[in-house]
Design a protein around this ligand. Sequence first.
Ligand code: PLP
Length: 375
Amino acid sequence: MNSGQYRPSWAEIDLASIKYNIHQIKETLKEENKIMAVVKANGYGHGAVQVAKAAIEAGAEAIAVALLEEAMQLRKAGIEVPVLVLGRVMPEFAPIASENNIALTVFQIDWIAEAERYLDKASDTRLDIHLELDTGMNRTGIKNETDLNAFLQALTDCRRIYLSGVYTHFATADEEQTDYYMRQIDDFRKFADIIKKVWPSTVSWHTSNSAASMHYPHDAADYVRFGVSMYGLYPSPYLAEQAPIELKPAFSLHSRLVEVKQINKGDAVSYGRTYEAEGEEWIGTVPIGYADGWLRRLQGAEVLINGKRMPIVGRICMDQFMVKLDREYQVGEKVTLIGKQGQDEITMQETADLLETIVYEVPCIISSRVPRLYI
Ligand SMILES: *Cc1c(COP(=O)(O)O)cnc(C)c1O
């Protein structure tokens, strides 16, 4: 009956929302634009395999991850669509990628010859690569025409490495101001013209992340790399207002009271006695703490109990924290930390604001100690 979950704290992942969000973005794109679902970092904390499968069911035709480990996890789970690793993988691991039919991102000229040597020694399968062009992130990617030509030259000398995609990544697609985005897309198109002239085979082109696919849908190429918005989150507060589609968040976080007690005027709660009761008060204990990613910075944040907001009082501990209740509740009462309860909702954005961070970071830091339940 119980699948090994004994603690009463859990993240609920609504796979129907993931599918809904993919359908929404497909509506705004052209017929020929395909979805590459980005499930790096365990699907932004939602669960890579489950999200990838849901995304494929909803029409995603490829998957992107950051690490070769993450790609292997998907292959082991039986996922067969094209998988692209976005981060650099060392050339010595090219044969492993090739054997598992995993495409790698490449942006260094020397990488090609080195990987080719390893591939020669190993199997006789080919390796698909996507070339990353750096048009303004200054993170990874080929940045100028000379290097691009040298890269293409190195490729023509290869028997095992096959260029199947070319992409770039935007730095500011989530912002209102458009100049920098326009410069990046212009540069990408100039690079693309060079590639098309000297490289005979067809490749897939892709540029848009979630922000670009909503902000500039007409610029979408063969694929959009759809990440944060597949999970129902807006890349920025600006796009939360301006995006052409309504997203449904897939992630919510819940627990249950494990203790309810009355304290008196002057009684202090938790380490350091940072909270002192002003009179008789009901205090509830929630079994989730900073080791679960519910960080100490969230002292003072609110949770939902019985559909009402109640404040976290006292320091957040490693495994537990306390809330000030409006009355007595029973042990086992549901507590919602992120998500809807009754008429109210604590959004990921609200939690991100309290943590002085962006929505991307919040589900990523909810640790693997918190089980993910799929609904
Ligand atoms: C993470 C990542 C994405 C997805 O970005 P979102 O903003 O989550 O849509 C796309 N492309 C690259 C290269 C990435 O690293």
